[in-house]
Structure formats: structure tokens, C-alpha cells
Design a protein around this ligand. Sequence first.
Ligand code: AMP
Length: 219
Amino acid sequence: MSSRLILVVLGKQGAGKGTQCKRLAADFAIPHVSTGDILRAAVKEQNALGQQVKAVLDAGALVSDDLVIALVADRFTQADAAGGAVLDGFPRTLAQAQALDTLLGDGGVSLCINLDVSTVRVVERLSARRVCQECGAIYQVNDISAISESCENCSGDVIQRADDQPEAITRRLDAYERDTAPLVEYYRDKNLLATVDGDQSVDAVNADLLAVISARGLA
Ligand code: AMP
């Protein structure tokens, strides 16, 4: 277990976690595990899990700890996670962080990276964010492709997420401050925290992420 590379990426909604976690997953050939993506896929499929969580996701509230912990535990049983994972959007509460430590056992989390972006900046980014309903590609409204409302990768519909509407944005950022920001201290106390400035170009953030991971002797 301890040879696994388990990266936890914390950051407000809109800090660029999804984009950066995908890059890290490719850099280290480990899966990108996003609880938000898993839950959204269930809503799209309209399966039992999706029907259970749709209203919560649309409102920008958190689903129960037990539910997401079970999803992540299940994800770790899959063969591609044997070498580790980049965790995006999980853990999100202290209870989830403690459950993750129990789940991982010896070795535990390798490093937690806090992707730091100011609240003003993330509100700007979230309000302008559009996503492809088919492949999940992310656009900002000033992209030509978003204006055409058709994805340049797969021609799928480019839409605004229900939880990127102004009221839901406020609710999600409040939930972040209340439930998730304390995790920064949780990982700092374990000497497992690194902070990266997320308000830079995608490439510059990725370079800083690789630098803090390498500085810990993890790559
Ligand atoms: P995200 O894409 O990470 O912002 O997640 C979208 C939504 O999925 C959140 O607003 C929550 O409703 C739900 N969600 C994702 N991850 C978690 C989690 N770890 N705990 C509780 N709810 C979550």
C-alpha cells in the first residue's frame, strides 16, 4: 500500500482542480478520481444513485459522507488504482479525511496540495464556466466554441452546470469554507500539506505541482 501515490488536491470550486488533476493523473499514470464526476455521471445515467443525489447536486449542497466514502472505497478496489490515484473533490469534510486514512491504512495519503485561488477570482471563473454535456470539456464563455454551444472535441452540447448558477456558487463556496477549508489544517498537522498558487496559466500551475511533489521525494 505504501508504494501507492495518493495525491489529494484541495481548492475552492473553480480553482482549476479538475484540469490540474487530469494533468497529474496523466503525468503519473494513475487514475483521476473525481467524486463530482462520478456523481454527475450517475445523474446523467438516471440510475438509482443519480436519482438519489440529483437535487443535492443541483442545489450545490454536499451529499452524505457515508455515500461518497462508499463510492471512493469501491473505486479503490479497481485494478487501475493499485498504483495510486489523484483525488479531486474528496475528501471534503473531516469525517471523509479520517475515513480515507482508515481506508488507505499504512502509507495513507502521500501529499495534499492546496490549490490556492482568491474567492473573487473563482466566482469570476465559475460564472463564466461552461461544460460539454458529453465529454466534460471545460470552456469559459469568451471561448468561441462555447458561444457556438457545441463542443470542439465531440460536438456535444456545451451548457452551464446548474450548480454554476449564482446562488449555487455562493452555497458551494460557503460549504467549502465551512466543511473543507479545515482540511488544510488537518493535512498541515500531519506534515502532508503543500500550497500552490492556482491563479497562473494551466502550464505554470502544473509545473509548480510537479515541483512540490518532487520536493517531497515522491517522483
Ligand atoms: P465538484 O465537481 O467536485 O464540485 O462536485 C459537484 C457536487 O458533487 C458537489 O457540489 C456535491 O454536491 C457533490 N460532491 C462531490 N464530491 C463530494 C464529496 N466529497 N462530499 C460530498 N459531496 C460531494
